[in-house]
Ligand binder design. Sequence first.
Ligand SMILES: Cc1ncc(COP(=O)(O)O)c(C=O)c1O
Length: 367
Amino acid sequence: MLDLQGMARSAILNTREYIPGKPVEAVKRECGMDRIIKLDTNENPLGPSPLAVEAMIREIRENAHLYPESLCPELVAKLSARFNLPAGSFYMGNGADAVITMMGLTFLNPGDEVVFPELSFPAYDNIGAKMGAKRIRTPMRPDFTIDTEAMAKAVTPRTKLVFLCNPNNPTGLMTSKKEFETFMARIPETALIVSDEAYWEFADSGDYPDSLEYLKTHRNLIVLRSFSKVMGLAGLRIGYAMADPKLVRVMMKAREPFPVNRIAQAGALAALDDHEFIEKTKRLNREGLAYFYESFGAMGLTCYRSSANFVMVDVGRDADLVFGELLKKGIIVRPLKGQGVETGLRITVGLMEENRMLIQALKDILF
Ligand SMILES: Cc1ncc(COP(=O)(O)O)c(C=O)c1O
């Protein structure tokens, strides 16, 4: 018998396995259905950027046999010009997920502290657990916004990483410019602030903070972004961080030799110029959110004003049960019971037809 207790790192043995949203193939098999409406992982309902698809096909044909360029120089040059930051400020990874993992590997010793809101992206808790760090979860405000004051108060000399998800997953709520400013001023330089902005393109309020401005003055800020959402490249796995070049250089030591594959690099490069697709995606999202607000309102359900491509709604019944009923109808959403919101669902904005089917199915289940 293998003695895993003695063999695996104790932090890993104590980590709860991360259960991602159900893949569409698995649900089709389980439900025996051909058509599944997948509204559980905040992917782009329009599919991938068409310009990215063309570029990726070309790249596969011509270069799939070659290792990729390790540092993604073309992509970094483009991002660097777009955001007016030195190339050394970019850390590219196999999805924003992998960048979070690298932050953990680079900065967390056992016993260090990681601070994050109790209702937020589960990867923060997960990386803290894997590294044997102490996870400090701060309470939400009653309206489900992030209590940045509570977060700042929770920071101690042992705190290494502070995760602020903006807009926050799973609430869709954003932290405003003014609040971000106050928060930044309160976090000492001994702790790194990670502004996770996987959904920033959807946050069209004038009150959304321009975190890149703060990179110039706050050397302990890391801004995290992804190609999975507005660009429609979740299956490719590509995301990045922007930070002080010194921080980037130290994270480079922790990474694998080829973290971003060639196809993803080619796709991301092309997607950045697919303005038509990006605008179409944002428009569809705005229309979908407006439809959800109106429909949930008419059903007497509370939902929260989202700055992202999903919405949190209180269905007033056990979220796991409602999730199960929707699944029987071939619709996948994310129940939030496991994250402490007993009657909450997180629903990705889909195509209008999908949104209508979701609302009809919910009406059938709830009324
Ligand atoms: C807040 C947040 N951060 C990071 C990620 C991970 O993004 P990626 O697909 O680039 O790994 C997600 C994915 O859903 C997310 O919701």
